[in-house]
Design a protein around this ligand. Sequence first.
Ligand code: FMN
Length: 168
Amino acid sequence: MQNGRAVEVIKSRRSIRSYLDIQIPDSDLNSILEAGLYAPSGKNRQPWRFLIIKDKNKIRQISKFTAYSRFMHNAPVLVLVYLASSGDYSIEKDILSIGACMQNILLAAAEKGYGSCVIGELYSLKLEIENMNHMEYKLICGICIGKSKEKEYGVEFKELQHFLLGVL
Ligand SMILES: Cc1cc2nc3c(=O)[nH]c(=O)nc-3n(C[C@H](O)[C@H](O)[C@H](O)COP(=O)(O)O)c2cc1C
């Protein structure tokens, strides 16, 4: 059976770690982030918050908190994704919701012809950079987005059978 368009994008998306020096128009960036808003979330809490970083110096500064500065600093945009939690709901479930939001963003970027890469190493980091720490929000990850400079990239995927615990 033929894959639908959504499955095609899901299967062809790859993490991209090399970007051309081309800015992303705001209209593209907004529609990529808006795709994230349509993710499912526990109790429909929509617990995600975004800080968009375009300033090259700021991206460079943030990249130094990670082992990935070699490629992060070339990204035209770094989106910091924060969790807005509240004491009355499970943080784990909120983070699952953010994972769904994040995947929507990665797929929307791929569909629009942009490469992206999640930077999980930023998780829970306190960024000692002006205006980057929001007391009420927890930093979950960064997402680099840009036009891909990479030509080839390969990732191995196991068959479904490997992940199946059984069929009852
Ligand atoms: C939660 C999460 C955290 C990640 N953190 C990083 C990271 O810090 N640096 C990085 O280069 N890639 C990171 N990645 C990308 C993974 O390495 C990548 O998704 C994986 O190797 C599979 O490759 P693919 O995305 O091309 O399918 C992260 C991905 C996820 C989902």
